[in-house]
Write a protein that binds this ligand. Structure first.
Ligand code: NAD
Length: 267
């Protein structure tokens, strides 16, 4: 039985969404899931218009409106232009998913300031810029909305070589909770989804090799890597009215990675 298929309903009929970094991986899966649940979706992309247009094509085939919007989330002017376009095309905005992110590996002793700044600028400041623009539209409309921030298990699991990424994701989760608090009376719900290891281009070098995959399985109690759709369906739930009383929450979607797997067998 395909349980995923049976659970897809039209919970987001008529909603208008913007998903950042949506031309690949988890963002692509989220954009498609929101569309299949009835939302119009603006597909933000950085540098691959063909991939973004392919996602838009699938969105329109689902019977809803889709547009591709180029923009670097760490650039304020580009973020402004992206929101102006999406809000004018859709006549409003109900959902923002801050998914765009990147990582690079540097030992702490060797990490250049430039590398630190780039990850903080995209993974944390980019989410701030987008959340602020989205929240302004949602508050002004009086209808509120839902913002979902894609963090990572590395908001709580330290990860050697990725001090900037861990700091950005931990910061993003705390920003999420703080703005959930600030915006609660204005009907804007804000939540985080913290993925574990999900098979996407960002970590293909790890799950693409037998050794990398074996190492991941040791760290994941369910002994398998997750799929982008398994993140997307949780995001869709948080965007829907089924989560109407959920705000300031962090949902770990990680096959149990945050459960200290090395303690599984006692001893
Ligand atoms: P991905 O590389 O496929 O997706 C990241 C997307 O962000 C890409 O489309 C990229 O073009 C876009 N992006 C990067 N910089 C951008 C910028 N400045 N402006 C706009 N877009 C930009 O990888 P993914 O795994 O799908 O990652 C999606 C999110 O999930 C990221 O925030 C990542 O940190 C998070 N995440 C992924 C995993 C995993 O195991 N794959 C685990 C935890 C968290």
């Amino acid at each position: 039985m395909n349980r995923d298929k049976s659970s897809v309903n039209r919970r987001l009929e008529g909603r208008r969404a913007l998903v950042t970094g949506a031309s690949s991986g988890i963002g692509r899966a989220i954009a498609l899931r929101l569309a299949h649940e009835g939302a119009s979706v603006a597909v933000n992309y950085l540098s691959n218009p063909e991939a973004a247009e392919a996602v838009v094509k699938e969105i329109t085939e689902a019977g809803v409106k889709g547009i591709a919007v180029q923009g670097d989330v760490s650039n304020e002017q580009q973020v402004d232009a992206m929101f102006e376009r999406a809000v004018s095309e859709f006549a409003g905005l109900d959902i923002l998913v801050n998914n765009a992110g990147m990582e690079t590996e540097h030992s702490f002793l060797e990490m250049p300031l430039e590398a630190w700044r780039k990850v903080i600028d995209i993974d944390l400041t980019g989410a701030f810029l987008c959340a602020q623009r989205a929240a302004r539209v949602m508050v002004e409309s009086g209808a509120g909305g839902s913002i979902v921030n894609i963090t990572s298990v590395h908001q709580i699991i330290p990860w050697g070589g990725f001090a900037h990424y861990c700091a950005a994701k931990a910061g993003l989760d705390m920003m999420s909770k703080t703005i959930a608090l600030e915006l609660a009376t204005q009907k804007v719900r804000v939540n985080s989804v913290a993925p574990g290891a999900i098979a996407t281009p960002i970590n293909q070098h790890v799950w693409g090799s037998p050794e990398g995959l074996a190492d991941l399985k040791r760290k994941i109690p369910t002994e398998r890597i997750g799929q982008p759709e398994e993140i997307a369906k949780v995001v869709a739930f948080l965007c829907s009215d089924e989560a109407s009383y959920v705000t300031g929450a962090t949902l770990y979607v990680d096959g149990g990675m945050t459960l200290y797997p090395e303690f599984r067998h006692g001893g």
